[in-house]
Write a protein that binds this ligand. Structure first.
Ligand code: SAM
Length: 179
């Protein structure tokens, strides 16, 4: 387990989220008893917020980079957080079908070539009626195989509930149909 000694990680996270990302509308969707998946959690900037919002549920944090998961595990231990489970994985196979109430995939599909596979996995793990927030950053590097356009992102989600794009990136909300 590694320690992040440069700056108090919680203060840094709060600064980034409050002043740069400002995702208040997303946080409103998370209720106390929900199971939340932070897909591509990185060092857990959002995971820790979800752990407070879903205090009676479970927050799953998955990242393909073991170093990011180590930093998150350090924070979980330091702040004695009990409702977060972390995994190092490039896919969502550790998560059961139809088990997630809210899925958060922020700027992950633009860091991988596994676009179709991950979107299938996102739809699989959401419970019917569950909601996913998925965003990508615009990639200005030509011929990057990870690059995914906003049109492609939208097309992978049949009938997204809301979709947006601006100069920096694109994002959508997807609600899994209730059959
Ligand atoms: C730009 S960072 C975003 C981190 C976090 N979502 C945030 O907004 O603070 C992208 C993260 O996705 C992770 N990642 C890339 N491909 C992945 C995959 N196939 N499965 C899980 N995580 C992945 C990277 O390791 C990295 O931590």
């Amino acid at each position: 387990m590694i320690e992040d000694r440069r700056i108090n990680p919680i203060l840094l996270d709060n600064f980034i989220i409050k002043y740069i990302d400002n995702p208040k509308s997303i946080f409103k969707l998370v209720k106390s008893n929900m199971n939340v998946l932070d897909h591509g959690s990185g060092p857990g900037n959002y995971t820790l917020i979800f752990s407070k919002l879903a205090k009676d549920g479970t927050v799953y944090a998955i990242d393909s980079d073991p170093k990011q998961v180590d930093i998150l595990n350090y924070k979980i231990k330091k702040y004695n957080i009990k409702n977060v489970k972390t995994f190092v994985s490039r896919d969502l196979s550790v998560i059961e079908d139809n088990s997630i109430d809210f899925l958060f995939s922020k700027d992950v599909l633009c860091c991988t070539t596994l676009h179709e596979e991950l979107v299938m996995d996102i739809k699989r793990v959401l419970r019917p009626g569950g909601i996913a927030y998925v965003s990508i950053k615009n990639n200005f590097i030509k011929n990057d195989p990870r690059n995914i356009s906003y049109k492609k992102l939208y097309s992978l989600f049949d009938n997204p509930k809301h979709k947006y794009n601006n100069l920096i990136g694109s994002w959508l909300f997807y609600r899994k149909p209730v059959i």
